[in-house]
Unconditional design. Sequence first.
Length: 315
Amino acid sequence: MTETYSVPLTRLVEEFHLTVAYAATDYEAIRLTVEDVARPGLQLAGYFDHFEPMRLQVMGNVEMSYVGKLSPAERAITFDRLFSYKFPALLIARNIPPDQQCLEMAKKHNVTLLRSQEPTSTIVSAIITYLRAALAPRITRHGVLMEVYGEGLLLIGESGIGKSETAVELVKRGHRLIADDAVEIRKVSSNSLTGTAPALIRNYVELRGIGVINVAKLFGMGAVKAENEINLVVNIVPWTNNHAYDRLGVEDQFMEILGVNIPLNTIPVRPGRNLAVILEVAAMNNRQRKMGYNPALEFTEQINRHFDQNMGQTV
């Protein structure tokens, strides 16, 4: 069963500095559950087929100028029918004041009325972006999320394998920590994931034998980042002598998270391996692959050409 999320309307008002022209009696309890925002142009003309009352409704200069040409009685009928659908709130952009009929019908149907100074397209775009991130499907995974050369590396592996120690080494080498121990992953689009740290443990890293350190205060604010796209999953596993590890990297491996396939590297570790350097190379290699260059395929093709050219020759 898919879990659904919601955003309190009060948080949206605070985030975008909206003015409350009228607060419904349930104003504090109103929550937004869909990321889409609607502009009720056709509804003002009386067409309510396919109307989505779960969406935040936004009216701008076009909608307000249209109802302004109606008579007071016609405006009352129009707003009476619109507010009867009990949507979360009506937001009027461009700091346009609501007329008397709009305010009266909002009070009659107990629907919150908001105002914004921003242009309509600007506030609509900003709210949709905000709601898309806030309402995105999410899971929490055990691991470490680092930004290495601009790539988001999600380090996973059994407890005690050395993920946190490697994260500190990467921070010392100039890279940034997003999350340690618990990574909150959100699906922000059909093919991309972002990761962040739960607020309670943000900027903290646990090092066995030392304890918990605050990376932002110890290394500076440049050593941490609030969130980052996840571009590569690195599975850190103990080295096993009888296990056959990928030597060339020709076959692409992926891990599915929230229905999105993320490139996967499995890296075995044993004493003497510099894991921080390996992860830096993994990040740069992943960037190269995204740009269309695959060294493993190039190497394989070079080997094949060598054998083709020398086939039939005697030593």
